[in-house]
Design a protein around this ligand. Sequence first.
Ligand code: BGC
Length: 385
Amino acid sequence: MTSLRLTESSSAGRDLTPQQLVELAHRSHAVITEHQHVDGAYPASPTFSAYRGYAWLRDGSFTAEGISRYGDVESADRYHDWVSRVLGARRAQVDALLADVARGVEVPLDRMLPTRFTFDGLDGSDPWWDFQTDGYGTWLWSLVAHAKRHERDLPRWLPGIEVAVDFISAFWDLPCYDWWEEHVEHRHVSTLGAVAGGLREIAASGLLDEERATRARAASTGAAALALRDGVTDGHLVKWLGSDAVDGSLPSCVVPFRLAEPGSPLATATLAKVAADLDVDGGVHRFRADVFYGGGQWLLLSALLGWNLVAAGDRDGAMRHLQWVADHATSTGELPEQVPDHLLHPDARAEWVERWGEVATPLLWSHGMYLILADELGLLDGPGA
Ligand code: BGC
């Protein structure tokens, strides 16, 4: 149960059969790969006005993890090839930033690497909330996980890896926009978690030269230490340093980024607080003050919490989230970004529909997270798969 007040009656919900859940996994794979750009990018949402034509490292790297777990090695390889090419082409830009840092010059945010890229690797001409470091860490984590799972050779992606490592090792401690592209004035715990996790994994891979590995390890340790020192209130992780609220992205600091070890008191308290404040009937809100499209429940956050519950040994709890996500597929098997069953700020919804149209559907990140949770629950390798 939840402490939240329902503003609308929530859907009764129905349980899908194991076969239907498996079919939705196949459908998710089809939706993602149908829309994968020929050069390898996973578009965030092919039809949604504000996202059309762009790929985010955050969305794409979680999506690639789902595709890698599904077993489509070629599609995941192509995504990582794309990222490596796109970041490799930013070598000179990052070298110039590092040179300024070495000279003690403060780098303005508009010179940083972007949050999202056009499919040909450019910044694009639409203004965006650029400067978010989490996607770079998430990509490093996703790439190492894929390479380990399918015995891929990491050196293939070295140009992009080196740029990502250099960029976030230099700038991880600056305030930046969060997962939701908000609050550039704060340092966000989920962002620090992604940076710490990604740098730790790539440093441990043995691929980096010694000097770079040392920098990556120092930044990873520094980001983790800062988050654990100033990002904990009442025994649980919080949205940003000094805050006392939680955010639906925080479970990622347990699984997969391991800022808090699964099963530790910090992990357990964080998952419990996120569930108490943000989970309504299996759907998870981003944060209590969220007004975007009225502040609905996000499918990918429900899957993220479910993934964490598997790691905590609660398979029934995880299955509840998988069922909730599956129950919100459209009649054609597409997964939206969020649903309005339960809105935190219903009055704010109309202005977003007017501004950007109906909620992004399909959102490839929702499909990628469904694949991850389906895999965690053994649905991708069962007899019906
Ligand atoms: C979300 C981001 C996401 C982007 C693309 C934004 O509305 O806040 O987390 O990366 O959409 O899906």
